[in-house]
Design a protein around this ligand. Structure first.
Ligand code: FES
Length: 188
C-alpha cells in the first residue's frame, strides 16, 4: 500500500529518490540562477568601458619637437606624464651608476625601449606620496642627481628617473608604451 512518504517522493534521473519538497527547492534555486544570469548580462555590459574611456586609455605623442636635454609634461589617464629627451651626458651618467646600489635596481635600458634609450618616459608622480616632482620644465630644479626633484619631502631622482635620495621608495613609474614610428610614441 502506498504511504504518505511514497506520494511525496519523485524519482530523480539517477534513480535516487528525491522528496517533493527537495525537488521544489531545487527548481526554485535553478530559476534564481537563470534569473541572476539574465540580470548579470546587462550589468556587465554597463560596466564595459565606453568609447570615450577607451580613447583616454592610451595617448599618442610626437616626440620630435622635444629638444635634446629638454622634457615635456603632458597628461596620461589624468596624471602627469614626463617625456625627457636625454642628452648623451645624461645617458652616460645613468649608465655609470652601480645598479646594485640602487633602492630599486634598474638600468636605463630596462626603463626605456631598445634603440630609444634617449627617451625617458615616466609618470610625473612622486612614488612617496604622489606630489609632482620638478625638473620637467626648463629652469626647474632637477635635484642632486640631475633628474627630477620632489619638493614635498625632498626626493631626488636621477637622469633615469630612479630614486637616489629622500623618502620615495621606488623609481618613477614607467608606463607601458611603444614607438609606432620613429617619432610617435603610443602610451598605454
Ligand atoms: S611626495 Fe615626493 S617626497 Fe614626499
Amino acid at each position: 500500500m502506498a504511504t504518505v512518504e511514497d506520494t511525496n517522493t519523485v524519482t530523480a534521473a539517477m534513480g535516487e529518490p528525491v522528496r517533493r519538497r527537495d525537488f521544489i527547492n531545487i527548481a526554485a534555486v535553478s530559476f534564481a540562477g537563470v534569473g541572476a544570469g539574465a540580470i548579470a548580462l546587462p550589468l556587465i555590459n554597463q560596466m564595459n568601458p565606453s568609447a570615450d574611456v577607451l580613447a583616454l586609455a592610451s595617448i599618442e605623442v610626437d616626440v620630435s619637437a622635444i629638444a635634446v636635454g629638454s622634457a615635456i609634461k603632458t597628461e596620461f589617464r589624468k596624471q602627469p606624464l614626463f617625456i625627457r629627451h636625454l642628452k648623451p651626458e645624461e645617458i652616460e651618467a645613468a649608465n655609470k651608476v652601480d645598479v646594485a646600489s640602487l633602492r630599486e635596481p634598474q638600468t636605463l635600458a630596462e626603463r626605456t625601449q631598445p634603440g630609444k634609450e634617449n627617451y625617458l618616459i615616466t609618470m610625473g608622480v612622486c612614488t612617496h606620496l604622489g606630489c609632482v616632482p620638478l625638473g620637467a620644465a626648463d629652469g626647474e630644479v632637477k635635484g642632486e642627481y640631475d633628474g627630477y626633484f620632489c619638493p614635498c619631502h625632498g626626493s631626488h631622482y636621477d637622469t633615469a628617473g630612479r630614486i637616489r635620495k629622500g623618502p620615495a621608495p621606488t623609481n618613477l613609474v614607467v608606463p607601458e608604451y611603444a614607438f609606432t614610428s620613429d617619432t610617435v610614441v603610443k602610451i598605454g
